[in-house]
Design a protein. Structure first.
Length: 214
């Protein structure tokens, strides 16, 4: 086995720069050289997303940079997936993410999704304008341990409460940790509606989400 650390750094750099085509080549090169798929994931992709997440949090990069990095992450993950499956590397767990009923915003949700995937968690994305029933079905039919609810409008924040109330009625509230976020959402509101966590940005959301799997 050679020393692959240079390869991992290259993969991390390509991810941060959002070089989707080049990163697929670099991932394949690392696999061909015998690098363990789990190392490519951890030391290349997850490490790169972590750096981008930190920069985003500190205001050194902005949404467009994160989205191109996330796209590169998607391409790289797809290239790596068969090798991970073959090596028996399982995701840390599942999480569900959606924007609540009446709300069609998806950039924030997509950012959080990418950051969570960057922590090695498989994300079930239900999309936007999700009814409580659709969310409950997903909680029942998956092994998700975390449910992330996004609302970008003051008028749709109440739908976050409705989801939590519906889960309680269905006896499923204890199945998942519920995270809420979105521009108008505050810690106070999260406490009021009985959510487990509120985070102000995508990078923090991914860190908190990951903490629920330890």
């Amino acid at each position: 086995m050679g020393d692959f650390s240079g390869n991992f750094n290259e993969i991390s750099e390509l991810l941060q720069r959002g070089k989707a085509k080049d990163i697929v080549v670099a991932v394949q090169k690392a696999l061909d050289a015998g690098a363990p798929p789990s190392d490519i994931l951890e030391k290349g992709l997850i490490s790169g997303m972590g750096i981008i997440g930190g920069k985003f949090k500190r205001g050194e990069v902005f949404v467009p940079e994160v989205l191109v990095a996330a796209r590169a992450m998607n391409h790289a993950s797809a290239a790596l997936k068969p090798a991970l499956t073959q090596a028996g590397v399982e995701p840390v767990g599942q999480a569900i993410i959606c924007t609540v009923k009446g709300d069609l915003h998806d950039i924030g949700k997509n950012l959080v999704k990418m950051m969570i995937e960057g922590k090695g968690i498989e994300v079930i994305d239900l999309g936007v304008d999700c009814s409580s029933n659709k969310i409950i079905d997903a909680v029942q039919s998956s092994n998700a341990r975390v449910l992330c609810l996004s609302a970008l409008l003051t008028t749709t924040m109440l739908a976050q409460k409705e989801v939590i109330d519906t889960l309680k009625t269905a006896g499923l509230r204890d199945r998942v940790k519920i995270m809420v976020g979105g521009a108008p959402v505050t810690q106070n509101f999260a406490d009021e509606i009985g959510a487990d966590a509120y985070t102000p940005d995508a990078a923090s959301a991914a860190e908190v989400c990951r903490s629920f799997y330890s």
